[in-house]
Design a protein around this ligand. Structure first.
Ligand code: SF4
Length: 520
């Protein structure tokens, strides 16, 4: 008889066996696989002939230590890019739970557009019927009166099963069909998934341009050479950038991700590409294939704007006197805006948008002490100048930062303000540290040129001034909703430390057994 103490029969439940393809030995994936099954799905994807795709993802979006989704599903990034484009339909192929979550979040963010879904089961996945169903759905939707393009997205399970979207027709009734694989086990963040769709659309548009004349953009063509802007930004930022480029005889081109198909042609017609957000690897590849030079960093703050204008001047071979004219026209205004909105205090900063390093530069030039910047995105050639600038100021810059990295930096530094993702903000507030959510409160402000130089001071200073209020709230709610007091109780919780100890012992035993079997 076992000496182990037991209080229910849960430990006797049999483990679910993972099926194997007898011909290849690879795991067979089913509808039940999820975010937690990354390794299994990856192995299955390679066995299904998706190695080239996974290798390209690994080159474009290098992983580690943050190699699996820690926040929302990465496919949300590409889904949102498609949903924001005019006359573009989106169709998802994936597990029902994934599609439910993705459509829920899309509508939460005001998509106001239907998301198409082709459901599957184990049989349709294995027999290839799912691909037939997708093709039928695309034929049904392809109405040129309503759509310029249809984006079909394979989520984790169809990608791992090798559902071949590349075999879909390239065009039906004049409606372009763009098939992409956006698996969580190959693309670490939803920011990078935006690039998967943007890059696929640019590749399609480039092939169209090579094949013959294409439609002019609805907004008309600039009479000056343009600078295409890579990365979603506050709507006033492209205008500010355009104003700063004007003395150099240049104009701001469209922003990628685009809002309509014809903009893609204008983007590729630009003379230079500004990689404002540094993670658009697939899109950069398309610009380079079109022979366009790429300029990294962005015109943020004093040093950033001076260097960026100079870099654009070099890329476009502009007369240095005209570059100096642009710098002289805007740098004094940036300097004045920074001085008029000083920030005093220590700030830790983390996020997954790709603009974290730029925001940190602005905060430091405004007077803040920023010891730590974490970004979920990978290190990139296009953010290297920002990294160097920050490190020269003594900032610890962590690429592919995990939530644990961001939390431990915040807890060790105990800043006057933590700017971060939702869980970082929540943790900071629990500790009475004022906090701001990066995506809603920082990304939703201008960052470029003189407009950006003064935009952060008000919100950041107001948040830091709330420290006493945070302390008051912490004292008031101390002990509520944590540990044994979490949830709703009619009486005192019935504490059983003996059960806990026994359960803990069981967990430790299981961990030891797992470790031992790993060694075998
Ligand atoms: S598609 Fe997204 S939600 Fe679904 S398993 Fe993959 S990463 Fe998770």
């Amino acid at each position: 008889m076992s000496a182990e103490i037991g209080y229910d029969a849960a430990h006797e439940a049999p483990l679910t066996a993972v099926a194997q393809d007898v011909s290849t030995g690879a795991p067979v994936v089913g509808d039940g696989e999820g975010c937690h099954s990354g390794a299994t799905l990856k192995e299955a994807a390679r066995a299904a002939g998706q190695s080239a795709l996974l290798d390209q993802f690994a080159a474009d979006y290098p992983q580690g230590p943050h190699d699996k989704p820690q926040s929302m599903c990465p496919a949300f990034g590409s889904l949102r890019v498609g949903l924001r484009m005019r006359r573009v339909a989106t169709v998802l192929s994936g597990s029902a739970c994934c599609v439910y979550g993705l459509t829920f979040v899309s509508h939460f963010y005001g998509a106001r557009r239907s998301v198409g879904y082709v459901p599957f089961n184990s049989e349709t996945l294995v027999t290839g019927k799912l691909f037939e169903d997708i093709r039928e759905a695309v034929h049904d939707i392809a109405d040129p009166d309503h759509y310029d393009a249809i984006v079909v997205t394979n989520l984790c399970v169809p990608t791992a099963s090798g559902v071949p979207l590349r075999l879909l027709p390239k065009e039906i009734n004049g409606v372009r069909i763009v098939g992409i694989d956006v698996p969580g086990f190959g693309i670490p963040t939803h920011a990078e998934a935006k690039d998967v769709l943007a890059g696929a659309m640019l590749a399609y548009a480039r092939a169209e341009i090579e094949a013959g004349p294409v439609a002019a953009p609805a907004s008309g063509k600039s009479d000056r050479p343009t600078v295409a802007l890579l990365g979603e930004m506050f709507p006033a930022d492209p205008m500010m950038i355009g104003a700063m480029l004007a003395p150099m005889g240049l104009a701001a081109g469209p922003v990628v991700p685009c809002r309509e198909w014809r903009e893609l042609y204008a983007v590729l017609d630009s003379s230079v590409c500004a990689a404002i957000h540094p993670f658009y690897a697939a899109s950069v590849r398309e610009f380079q294939a079109a022979g366009r030079p790429i300029v990294g960093s962005a015109p943020v703050g004093l040093d950033g704007t001076a260097d960026w204008l100079a870099a654009i001047g070099v890329a476009m071979q502009i007369d240095p006197a005209r570059v100096a004219a642009a710098q002289n026209a805007f740098l004094p205004a940036i300097s004045a805006a920074l001085k008029a909105n000083p920030i005093k205090g220590t700030i830790t900063l983390s996020g997954y948008e790709g603009s974290e390093l730029l925001v940190a530069r602005l905060l430091i030039e405004s007077g803040a002490h920023v010891p730590y910047v974490g970004t979920a995105c990978a290190r990139s050639e296009w953010s290297d100048l920002d990294r160097q600038w920050l490190e020269a100021k003594g900032v610890k810059v962590k690429f592919r930062a995990s939530l644990e990295d961001d939390l431990s930096a915040m807890e060790a530094i105990r800043p006057d303000l933590a700017i971060g993702t939702t869980p970082v903000v929540q943790k900071a507030k629990e500790q009475a540290i004022p906090a701001l959510y990066f995506t809603n409160l920082i990304s939703a402000r201008p960052l470029m040129g003189p407009a950006g130089a003064g935009s952060l001071g008000v919100v950041v200073n107001a948040a830091m001034a709330g420290k006493a209020r945070m302390e008051g709230m912490k004292a008031f709610f101390e002990g509520v909703g944590t540990g044994d007091t979490a949830g709703i109780w009619e009486g005192q919780p019935n504490l059983r430390p003996d059960f806990r100890a026994a359960h803990q012992k069981k967990l430790e035993k299981a961990a030891k057994a797992a470790k031992a079997s790993e060694m075998i």
